[in-house]
Design a protein around this ligand. Structure first.
Ligand SMILES: C[S@@+](CC[C@H](N)C(=O)[O-])C[C@H]1O[C@@H](n2cnc3c(N)ncnc32)[C@H](O)[C@@H]1O
Length: 241
């Protein structure tokens, strides 16, 4: 497994969805409602949810009446999400390192779906692609973690049991990355996966935004859109144009 391509392997497995099966759908929908009312997005707006995972935000946004495309690198995620397709909701396999061909009124990059690449160039290329996918006056939303808060509150070792699988999780943070190692025994063998998110404080992200000409308009610290506080906020939610 190539270290830099950890995101191709782990998210595409059934085990990822077993481990995170309690992901909070109500919270995701509540966040979308707050965001939509803050952005005042018109009903027929085109929204790209990239990456969309199995489509939890995309499905809800389509139910609110938006024209939604959900895109993700994981073929398994997209195959799963396609069961929800409708007149105003489509899913596609897409690598965010490549430009998207259509333009959107809004692009949502949600739930720590940024900073997957070790090198600044690739992360900046992703931002360039997101920017290029926006119509004039389009808005980009990035829902990232507050790395300063994560560093303070990290649980270095734990075992989480789901569907009779003991997931042994270890976490570490250094100045370059937030790394989660996941080890478990299932289906007759041992598995080992890694999540490796670049350590990106707001100041570094601002440099990225400047590099591609994105303007940071608002910064929030929670799914309720509370003000961002570098010490206490768990999320770093960025509204860009
Ligand atoms: C943490 S999940 C979040 C998914 C979704 N936004 C949600 O909240 O459920 C990250 C997603 O990024 C996708 N992903 C990883 N690398 C990608 C890439 N290079 N291009 C597009 N999607 C990617 C994974 O397959 C995974 O579904």
């Amino acid at each position: 497994m190539k270290k830099t391509e950890w995101f191709k392997d782990w998210f595409d497995t059934k085990y990822y969805h077993i481990l995170y099966q309690d992901r909070n759908y109500d919270e995701a929908q509540m966040f979308m409602q707050h965001l939509i009312s803050f952005l005042k997005l018109e009903k027929n707006s085109k929204i790209l949810d990239l990456p969309c995972g199995r489509g939890r935000h995309s499905v809800f946004l389509s139910q609110l009446g938006y024209q939604v495309v959900g895109a993700d690198l994981s073929e398994n995620n997209i195959t799963f999400a396609k069961q929800f397709e409708s007149e105003n909701l489509q899913f596609k396999v897409h690598d965010m390192r490549n430009p998207f061909q259509t333009k959107f009124d809004a692009i949502f990059n949600l739930f720590t779906s940024f900073g997957y690449f070790n090198d600044d160039e690739t992360n900046i290329q992703v931002l360039q692609n997101l920017k290029d996918g926006l119509k004039e006056n389009g808005v980009l939303v990035i829902d990232f973690m507050n790395v300063n808060f994560v560093k303070k509150s990290i649980v270095s070792e734990e075992i989480i049991t789901k569907n009779d699988i003991d997931f042994h999780i270890s976490r570490e943070v250094d100045g370059n990355a937030i790394v989660k190692n996941i080890r478990f025994f299932a289906d007759g063998r041992e598995h080992f996966y890694t999540e490796n998110i670049k350590f990106l404080p707001l100041e570094t992200l601002k440099k990225y935004f400047r590099a591609v000409g994105l303007k940071l308009k608002h910064t929030f610290g929670s799914y309720l859109l509370d003000d961002f506080n570098i010490d206490n906020s768990s999320r770093l939610i960025l509204i860009l144009e």
